[in-house]
Design a protein around this ligand. Structure first.
Ligand code: ASP
Ligand code: MG
Length: 411
């Protein structure tokens, strides 16, 4: 009999009726003799609403209080699910992050898990009790509630699977697996049976919203058996219907390209005429890191006169204001022209196959050129090519690339 961590996302627990369906699924796993730890998100839309309440109350909100507010959506669902399970005759109890405890550092709003105490949970599981845990939340050393960043419930689930030594971590969502691209944009998108951890990390960080990147990183590092499946379909995780995220070695048939991801939340910052001397890039990116701004693509031009150069990078759109303010306060950058542009998208082609095949990049650029889509910035990793384009061309780019790489269902 297996120990399973099952996580249900916001659309899967969107209302009391959906929570009932989740409870039915858990009851069926329990009937098979498995032990269950269930991690829940807030009802869909609730976290956005809570964030809006904070913004409306105080534009410069204190991150500690922000965490108190935004962590509450998960608490409600955890309690409701425990009630729904009890109603079905399943022994269940909810455990808040601070009760377990799930210890995190004190980076409020994007905290990292540092440790999870499991003795009590193991005892409860041993008695056949279902342990229900609100995702997304933890507790700092100072005893304050913290949250793990948007999409953090995935990370709660994977971290619990590691700490408890679970046999499997099932992530239930509103799609029945990981697709070659967003099925809402390309109706012929195909469900992948397996995807490697590496590709999943690239897909997630490139904007595929199925799993929080951090959760896949932990799963890869700790060898967690992770699968993505739909809570809207009849089967339960033990029927293995979804997409298995696994190590590269265990994937027999590798595809050249596994998927096309996109992210509409990009903003570009360009520093014109920065002094071409050692330490400037370090200073720019240290100051941004200090302000907790995540930088994505980075391009520096060669300096034609040996004195000055241009530096371009991309960040999340929400961080643009903070980034501009931070850069404005760096002494060495006084006099440097800092420009920014919003309404950009990043479109990425991901696949481990590109390590051993040529022509993957040229096909991407050809395809975009045919559609007259201009590329602002290009960046690559071993298994990913990303381009920054005007947001209005996102769908066109995704559709054309999906077709160009032969990812359609019937191809
Ligand atoms: N409710 C949180 C969010 O919307 C965490 C999660 O659902 O994973 O970001
Ligand atoms: Mg999510």
């Amino acid at each position: 009999m297996a120990l399973i961590v099952a996580k249900f996302g916001g659309t899967s627990v969107a209302d009391v009726e959906r929570i009932g369906i989740v409870a039915d699924k858990i009851a069926r796993e329990i009937a098979l003799g498995h032990s269950l730890v269930v991690v829940v998100s807030a009802m869909s839309g609730v976290t956005n609403q809570l964030i809006q309440y904070c913004a409306d109350t105080s534009p410069l909100y204190d991150a500690r209080e922000y965490d108190v507010v935004v962590s509450s959506g998960e608490q409600v669902v955890a309690g409701l699910l425990a009630l729904a399970l009890q109603k079905r005759g399943v022994n269940a109890r909810s455990w808040m992050g601070w009760q377990i405890p799930i210890r995190t550092n004190d980076m409020h709003g994007k905290a990292r898990i540092e440790g999870i105490e499991t003795d009590e949970l193991h005892t409860r599981l041993g008695t056949g009790e279902v342990v229900v845990v609100p995702g997304f939340q933890g507790v700092t050393d100072a005893g304050r509630i913290s949250t793990l960043g948007r999409g953090g419930s995935d990370t709660t689930a994977v971290a619990l699977a590691v700490a408890l030594g679970a046999d499997r971590c099932d992530i239930y969502t509103d799609v029945d697996g990981v697709y070659t691209t967003d099925p809402r944009i390309v109706s012929k998108a195909r469900k992948l049976k397996t995807i490697s951890f590496e590709e999943m990390i690239e897909m997630a960080s490139a904007g595929a919203r199925v799993l929080q990147t951090r959760s896949v990183e932990i799963a890869m590092k700790r060898g967690v058996k992770l699968q993505v499946l739909s809570s809207f379909e009849d089967h339960i995780g033990s029927d293995l219907p979804g997409t298995l995220v696994t190590s590269e070695e265990s994937i027999v048939e590798e595809e050249l390209v596994s998927g096309i991801a996109y992210d509409r939340n990009e903003a570009k910052v360009t520093l014109l005429n920065v002094p071409d001397v050692p330490g400037v890039a370090a200073m720019v990116f240290q100051s941004l890191a200090g302000a907790a701004v995540n930088v994505d693509m980075i391009v520096q031009n060669i300096s034609s006169d040996g004195k000055a150069t241009d530096l371009t990078f991309t960040i999340g759109r929400a961080d643009l204001g903070k980034a501009m303010e931070t850069l404005g306060s760096v002494e060495t950058l006084k006099g440097v022209d800092v420009q920014s542009k919003e309404n950009l998208s990043k479109v990425s082609v991901v696949g481990v196959g590109m390590i051993s095949h040529h022509g993957v990049a040229s096909k991407m650029f050809e395809t975009l050129a045919e559609k007259n889509i201009n590329i602002h910035v290009i960046s690559t990793s071993e298994i990913k090519i990303s381009v920054l384009i005007d947001e209005e061309y996102t769908e066109l780019a995704v559709r054309s690339l999906h077709a160009a790489y032969g990812l359609e269902q019937d191809a």
